[in-house]
Design a protein around this ligand. Structure first.
Ligand SMILES: Cc1cc2nc3c(=O)[nH]c(=O)nc-3n(C[C@H](O)[C@H](O)[C@H](O)COP(=O)(O)OP(=O)(O)OC[C@H]3O[C@@H](n4cnc5c(N)ncnc54)[C@H](O)[C@@H]3O)c2cc1C
Ligand code: SF4
Ligand code: SF4
Length: 414
């Protein structure tokens, strides 16, 4: 059992522990007491055990006085890890179209599976979707599990997670990768809760520990200020979601061979409380940012919404899309659907032109894997200028019109 207590004759009532407790489980109470040194103090830390999660933050804060004793019970590992093998990719499809992130995840799964001598298995759920299985093999899957049933016509969290959890319990995969799409985000967390395992969302890098088979799940943490590598050491399978464009797909190869395994699920066993009503396509953005080969992106350096008109002109000439930093979105200069970065979209175009964007880590995680980065900035020391393939120092309001002129001239000649 976990145990935590305040050692009375060491607590000076400084309140440092109160400030760090994320659960408001500590308060200072009036309780005059004598310290080891013989000094008398008036206040004492009091821990509410109904609120305490035994996270240990207060122990760290009280290092100087060592007045909090915490004993944590070692979590027991109740499953046999040897039973878990292979790497699964959830083959998300919508209206019989496989989400592009699936092919990227298959490529990553292939890379990891080669290190572990596992197979790459895709899981395809839906109605009349069997024919899509071959596509998953062409992109690198060794095995495709298919559950094809009218009950899975439209994506609904409840039936899909019931089927997926059932399949996981039957087949015991070691690792499950899912796209951090609108569907994937809610679906993955529901499945993880059902099978009682850990889930790391929005990973930007994945690797494996060859000894333990632990998945090394790297993602930005603490507002993107550090990159954390997260493990799921006591549970299996290990689950991670990854955004579109973080990894690159393998080339489609129709000579690849694989096994297609059809599974039947008894839907009479489950009760579905939600109903699919309608699907309304978002037609608000001209060019799909995530799919664009060229992105012209603007930040606070634009100084106002009118700057985006200039960027739009350049983007239109190049057949690209317009992106933005969060600073520009927060200022209300452009809608959120254009935001690139940790809390926006992840993009990996052939060319990313960053105009007046400083290149903070939260922006870079969303576009860092672009093939060519062109930075236009007044400040040569800004991070974006440092990582760019081509850095153009100067005022974007002088440089962008020059670029527009040059592209127009080039187009008129060709
Ligand atoms: C939890 C969290 C999540 C976040 N998520 C995101 C995210 O998804 N995407 C994102 O972008 N940010 C995100 N941010 C914000 C991020 O930290 C930065 O604040 C933001 O990216 C800065 O935007 P910016 O580069 O446009 O502005 P600034 O950092 O202010 O940079 C403006 C740049 O423009 C240059 N400049 C000024 N005038 C000109 C000119 N006339 N010509 C050329 N250059 C000029 C300046 O030299 C400067 O480098 C997040 C922050 C947090 C805490
Ligand atoms: S437990 Fe430690 S940090 Fe908390 S009030 Fe006492 S001395 Fe200060
Ligand atoms: S262990 Fe964590 S939750 Fe408990 S009192 Fe300390 S800081 Fe608060």
């Amino acid at each position: 059992m976990n145990k935590i207590e305040v050692i009375v004759n060491r607590c000076i009532g400084c309140g440092l522990c109160v400030k760090v407790c994320p659960y408001q489980a500590i308060t200072l109470i009036d309780s005059p007491h004598t310290l080891e040194s013989g000094r008398t103090v008036k206040q004492l830390a009091f821990i509410d055990l109904n609120k305490c999660t035994y996270c240990g933050a207060c122990v760290e804060a009280c290092k100087k006085y060592n007045a909090i004793f915490l004993q944590k019970e070692e979590a027991k590992i109740e499953i046999d890890f040897k039973d878990y093998k292979n790497i699964w990719v959830y083959a998300e499809q919508r209206r019989k179209e496989i989400s592009p992130v699936v092919f990227e995840l298959i490529a990553k799964a292939k890379d990891l599976s080669e290190k572990l001598s596992f197979k790459v298995c895709s899981v395809l759920l839906g109605n009349k979707i069997k024919d899509l299985a071959n596509e998953l093999i062409y992109y690198g899957s060794d095995v495709v599990y298919v559950v094809d049933d009218p009950a899975l016509e439209e994506f609904l969290d409840e039936p899909y997670s019931e089927v997926f959890a059932w399949l996981i319990k039957e087949e015991k995969p070691q690792i499950i990768l899912m796209g951090a799409t609108n569907i994937g985000r809610s679906f993955a967390s529901r499945v993880a809760a059902k099978i009682r395992t850990g889930l790391t969302a929005d990973c930007t890098a994945l690797d494996v520990d060859l000894q333990t088979h632990n998945l090394l799940q790297t993602r930005p943490a603490f507002g993107g200020n550090i990159m954390a590598t997260i493990l799921t050491p006591r549970h299996r399978p290990q689950m991670a979601t990854v955004r579109h464009k973080v990894f690159k797909p393998l080339a489609r190869d129709t000579s690849r061979q694989g096994e297609i395994i059809e599974k039947k699920f008894d839907f009479s066993k489950i009760k579905i409380r939600t109903k699919f009503l309608d699907f309304i396509k978002d037609t608000s953005t001209k060019v799909n940012l995530a799919e664009a080969d060229i992105i012209v992106s603007g930040g606070r350096g634009l100084g106002g919404p009118e700057g985006f008109k200039l960027l739009e002109e350049l983007a239109d000439l190049l057949g690209g899309a317009v992106g933005a930093s969060r600073a520009a979105v927060d200022a209300g200069w452009i809608p959120y659907s254009h935001q690139v970065g940790q809390t926006g979209r992840t993009v990996a175009p052939k060319v990313y032109i960053a105009c007046g964007i400083s290149g903070q880590i939260q922006h870079l995680v969303g576009m860092g894997s672009s093939e060519i980065i062109v930075a236009i900035n007044k400040d040569p020391e800004s991070p974006m200028m440092k990582i760019a393939t081509y850095s153009i120092e100067g005022d974007l309001y002088e440089i962008v019109p020059e670029l527009i002129k040059a592209v127009k001239e080039y187009k008129s000649k060709s």
